[in-house]
Design a protein around this ligand. Structure first.
Ligand code: PEP
Length: 246
């Protein structure tokens, strides 16, 4: 049995004050069947971690570097996230791949580093609209997963969460149908199975792309979908609480 994971990705939104107000708005209301996670900008993480102590709300980062330290101006090391007791880190979100030149190879190094330091990586994958229309969806995500999970030790694969996020559905209001999402996620699980055998049944695979309270139940009702990674609808406390009702 896989525990569902509902994760908010705040992207480059919210000040510390706004983040703490959000936490006040959801505190005491998040208990349920799902693991609950907020991935916030770096400068909010310490305060959010403190504000959520004693609750079931976990806090994660949206990126980190794969080197331990050094001349990487503007970057944040895994050790910095460990210091803040981060539970998760998003790796290879499509916006980072698109605007910050992240590659499957750099994502793989980050996944390995996160595991090494004890932070659970959420590895993102997904196709563009052109790739979907050219029937290249499976080929694309297969490559991203095979390269992103290369050299992960079998004993660690359960720590990895995969987020399938079709790029054309992110922030556009266009959601993949629940069936479309489930179909690709089943294929992703097959890729993980080819790499790690039956341990694939323990790996949680989320869907992301315009998930909101109105469609979360349908998405979560699919056999292979183990959670959601949510941008827009994770920004308001009320909406976020709605995502936990499925
Ligand atoms: C995301 O940023 O991961 C995402 C899925 O965004 P949205 O929910 O706004 O489509």
């Amino acid at each position: 049995m896989r525990t569902a994971i509902i994760a908010g990705n705040w992207k480059m939104n919210k000040t510390i004050k706004e983040g703490l107000e959000f936490i006040e708005g959801i505190k005491g209301k998040t208990e349920g069947n799902a693991e609950v996670l907020i991935c916030a900008p770096f400068t909010l993480l310490k305060d959010l971690k403190e504000a959520t102590k004693g609750t079931n709300i976990k806090i994660g980062a949206q990126n980190m570097h794969y080197e331990n330290s050094g001349a990487f101006t503007g970057e944040v090391a895994a050790a910095n996230l460990v210091e803040l007791e981060m539970d998760y880190v998003i790796i290879g979100h499509s916006e980072r791949r698109q605007y910050f030149n992240e590659t499957d190879e750099s994502c793989n190094k980050k996944v390995l580093k996160a595991i090494e330091v004890g932070i659970n990586p959420i590895l993102c994958c997904g196709e563009t609209l052109e790739e979907r229309e050219a029937n290249k969806t499976i080929e694309k995500v297969k490559g991203q997963i095979e390269k992103g999970l290369a050299n992960v030790d079998s004993k660690d694969i359960e720590k990895v969460v995969i987020a399938y996020e079709p790029i054309w559905a992110i922030g556009t209001g266009k959601t993949a149908t629940a069936e479309q999402a489930n179909e690709v996620i089943s294929e992703i699980r097959n890729v993980v199975r080819a790499m790690f055998g039956d341990l694939a049944d323990k790996v949680r695979i989320q869907y992301g792309g315009s998930v909101k309270p109105a469609n979360v139940a349908e998405i979560m009702g699919q056999s292979d979908i183990d959670g959601a990674l949510v941008g827009g609808a994770s920004l308001k406390a009320e909406d976020f609480l709605g995502l936990l009702k499925f």
